[in-house]
Design a protein around this ligand. Sequence first.
Ligand code: NAD
Length: 440
Amino acid sequence: MGVGAGLVAGGCASVTGAAPAAGSGVANMKTAPLQTVRVGFIGVGARGSGHVGDYLKLDGVEVKAICDIHEPAAAAAKARAEKAGKPAPELYTKGPEDYRRMLERTDLDMVVIATPWELHAPQAVAAMKAGKHAFTEVPAALTVDECWELVDTSERTRRHCMMLENVCYGREELMVLNMCRMGVFGDLLHGEASYIHELRGQMNQVERGTGSWRTLHYAKRNGNLYPTHGLGPVAQYMSINRGDRFDYLSSVASPALGRAAFAKAKFPPDHKWNRIATWNCGDMNTTIVKTALGRSLMIQWDETSPRPYSRLNLIQGTKGTFAGFPNRLAIEGKTPNTHAWVEGDALKPYFEEFDHPLWKRMSEAAKGGGHGGMDFIMNWRIAYCLRNGEPLDQDVYDAASWSVIGPLSEKSVANRSASVDVPDFTRGRWKTTPPLGIVS
Ligand SMILES: NC(=O)c1ccc[n+]([C@@H]2O[C@H](COP(=O)([O-])OP(=O)(O)OC[C@H]3O[C@@H](n4cnc5c(N)ncnc54)[C@H](O)[C@@H]3O)[C@@H](O)[C@H]2O)c1
């Protein structure tokens, strides 16, 4: 259903002060079906190379071009294509701006961007302006202005801009979305989302790799720098941008101790990590959000502390609650007792009853895929939607409103946790855009 065009703009001006984009909305935007989806990649390091592997497996997809400033990474991706018996993609390795030369190609439908964070928005904007659908790794943008630029560009160019929030395609997340749509939890009240993942070891990547560039963000900034993994699914449960929206937030940070301690313990005194005078980013950030419908949401982020992995993945309604890590469920009239969780093996019948149709259809094919299969299902689904001219499951409004928690949490932390308004990137269309459906 193409509901984007013709909806009434809400009249909420861009916080950049610029006039709202002239284009109509892109929620549920359909584009002409593509018999073959021709893909280019910018950044094929740890993450991008995994995406290349997925797209090489997909029917009706051609991997045409690969750009990376690190020639060996690009060459490895090319070798992977050849090993898979596919035509060799053309390589673009002539420096940080060479992706623009790749974008001049007329035989690319979409571009997958898996570069360091600060490059996502500029590269996605350039891709859309060159007529390609843009698929960017998380977070999609680092500033409020960049979020608006993504929205404005997607609306003006009528190109998709999707953030690759793979966690939305996890088994539990899809099942809980299904349960929310079935009304199992009643009216939704509260959610909890996090990315708690001890990644101090990435600091061992000094010259290249994730640690070499992410570490500098922890030194400079202070907020929730990586909000979207836990948040994306919970935002979908709550139909954010499709019936509700984030209204305002407040954020608090713990002391920043873990990175400095790790540097001192693991590296010589004159090492570049030990020459960082101040580590600004609080090890644990806690941000609370109020939605337009009055629901509450807690988002946490900690990639530093010695603490077991969690995305929290909690949704609470008037009839019940699901919580993740470990999975737990309590539903009035369905589980034996709402004062105690159903967990472990006792959850099996609930998975059988509520597993999402997309998971049921794709879990076998996704076996062995990255992050428990969610990466493959996401990439399969993108190719499916483009080949069939279907709207994507995540749009530019999701990319902007999930990513903007980063810069807005920084603003709140810097101002004694003062409440900060979250822009309405949909310009009022959240009121009329239908919730994300269940794909059968
Ligand atoms: N969704 C997930 O589960 C998940 C998992 C890991 C990483 N990520 C995200 O993926 C992105 C990439 O992370 P990574 O771990 O692969 O980092 P990485 O450092 O391993 O890879 C980044 C690649 O980008 C290349 N690059 C840098 N500047 C470039 C430019 N101007 N043009 C072309 N290539 C350029 C680098 O040479 C490198 O090969 C990050 O945004 C990260 O947060 C997401």
